[in-house]
Ligand binder design. Structure first.
Ligand SMILES: [Zn+2]
Length: 225
């Protein structure tokens, strides 16, 4: 927990150096109907809305875009963690839902690792960087895509909907997340899609078999078999 908070602080130090075109939110917590979502950083700018997930891991990091879990190898010990790209995609889905409107808001998900992490990951369609490359990654986006009114509206909606990430709220968030995980595992064990209630079907893909949702392409839930 402490390590996680520390790396979030380091990332905040980094992004707070961006110009005032970029409005930064740290440690956002959203709650609705017993579900909650915690997002490390959201940066709203004319160039898009950056959604940042921070990982404080060091050592070698192995993983693929579509694998369910990634692996950290350090001092001959291995540790698995949920694919942070998927985790962050969940955050984007949540924001998309929160900011529902006819407008197409360009979200840019970024996963940031400790500078001491050696990233041995195969990524093509997402941004996964060390902290030292974060501002560079953000500043690659130079085309203005959001006007002032839309930016103000996004900022206002975030401000009005998030709860404060204090000890008590975070504790409830952890509890909600655990309950959600339990429910979701329970549904999966009955071959029910935890995202939409559809049927999970075994399919053959380029990289082997996987379980997909019967409501594809509307629902893109995938589980490695
Ligand atoms: Zn589904």
């Amino acid at each position: 927990m402490w390590k996680g908070q520390y790396s979030e602080k380091l990332v905040n130090d980094k992004i707070s150096k961006l110009s005032d075109e970029y409005v930064i939110f740290n440690d956002l917590l959203f709650e609705s109907n017993g579900r909650s979502t915690q997002i490390d950083h959201v940066v709203v700018s004319p160039y898009g809305v950056f959604v940042i997930e921070t990982k404080g891991y060091k050592g070698w990091i192995f993983g693929g875009e579509n694998s369910e879990y990634w692996t950290q190898t350090i001092y001959k010990s291995k540790h698995q963690f949920y694919n942070p790209i998927k985790q962050n995609e969940g955050h984007v889905r949540f924001l998309h839902h929160l900011l529902r409107c006819s407008m197409n808001i360009p979200f840019i998900p970024i996963v940031v690792f400790n500078n001491a992490a050696d990233l041995k990951v195969h990524i093509e369609n997402h941004i996964v960087v060390n902290r030292c490359d974060l501002t560079w990654a953000i500043s690659q986006y130079k085309t203005p895509v959001l006007d002032k009114a839309t930016i103000d509206w996004i900022i206002k909606t975030i401000q009005q909907n998030h709860t404060i990430a204090n000890k008590e709220n975070l504790k409830r968030h952890k509890y909600n997340a655990k309950t959600q995980q339990y429910k979701s595992r329970n549904l999966i064990s009955q071959s029910i899609c935890p995202r939409c209630g559809g049927q999970l079907i075994l399919r053959q893909g380029k990289f082997g078999s996987f379980y997909g949702c019967s409501n594809f392409p509307k629902c893109k839930f995938i589980l490695n078999s």
